[in-house]
Design a protein. Structure first.
Length: 290
């Protein structure tokens, strides 16, 4: 399976963002002929504050029914090009809150997976900038793993990548590749982006597919920056495709033979299961050695 990660510089204009996504996807398909494309986190909106986020939000339909503008755009791309489309994440309008929701469509334009971001980005960056995703968004509660073609895919979003246990759980569910659409801040990205993604690949022995936003955007009168550097990592932790600065795409082939060889030669999941110990008992043993 050939996968293209699409790197965008989206803003608060939803129609312009959809147009940008269309142009980049068309470019990737024309140049690289991927079997799947993957978009960044909240690619229909970045910046503009609360009102812009609610304006970009869509109530997601029941599978098979007609959805909003972004939802139908993703379905159209999948059907027209006979490819799988991983829609990064879009802003889902829930009953009480928004959700940061990832969607996956098959080549017939059918929705085959829906994942709500579990870990919400409530942090203070090194430059003092505060991010409070939970002020607008609700947290998801379910892991999602689905087969696309011949590859089992796990779905995550951005900040999830800092929680290794979620990725190990997806490996246990059968994941061979894990998607991580992101809007990673420049401050954290320059130090943590690639090393975290490579670590998740090595721990789980999965391919990591991470489409990210790049560049500047406006948030309530202030300029913020996201890191970009969209990439694909193999199960050994090698970065096999990566975007430079600016908008664009990078394409790599997910090779099941590589996955099988890495897992055969270093069976870490089997070792993890064989050596699993109760955390409390383990802590007591460590305490007893002091």
């Amino acid at each position: 399976m050939r996968v293209a990660v699409i790197q965008m510089n989206q803003g608060s204009d939803k129609a312009a963002n959809i147009g940008q996504a269309r142009r980049l996807i068309e470019g990737a398909i024309g140049a690289d002929r991927p079997d799947m494309v993957s978009l960044p986190e909240t690619w229909t909106n970045l910046g503009g504050g609360r009102d812009a986020r609610f304006a970009a939000a869509e109530a997601l339909p029941e599978p098979g029914q007609t959805g909003g503008e972004a939802y139908e755009f993703l379905r159209e791309v999948a059907r027209a090009n006979r490819i799988h489309v991983h829609g990064g994440s879009i802003i889902e309008r829930g009953e009480d809150k928004l959700f940061n929701t990832s969607l996956l469509f098959d080549p017939d334009g059918r929705e085959i997976a829906r994942y709500r971001k579990i870990h919400l980005f409530d942090i203070t960056a090194p430059d003092g900038t505060g991010y409070r995703e939970s002020a607008l968004y609700g947290a998801g509660t379910e892991l999602v793993c689905v087969k696309a073609g011949e590859v089992m895919l796990g779905l995550t979003v951005c900040y999830d990548m800092r929680f290794a246990e979620q990725y190990v759980a997806l490996r246990r569910l059968g994941a061979e590749a894990i998607f991580v659409p992101s809007n990673f801040t420049l401050q954290t990205g320059k130090d943590h982006w690639e090393v975290l993604l490579r670590a998740r690949a090595i721990e789980t022995q999965c391919w990591i597919v991470a489409a990210a936003s790049h560049g500047s955007y406006e948030e309530r009168g202030a300029t913020r920056q996201v890191y970009g550097h969209s990439l694909v990592c193999d199960p050994w932790g090698h970065v096999v495709a990566k975007c430079s600065d600016g908008t664009g795409w990078a394409t790599a082939r997910i090779d099941p033979a590589v996955t099988a060889r890495v897992r055969r030669d270093m069976p870490v999941l089997e070792h993890r299961d064989a050596r699993r110990v109760d955390a409390l008992d383990d802590a007591r043993r460590v305490e007893g050695l002091r």
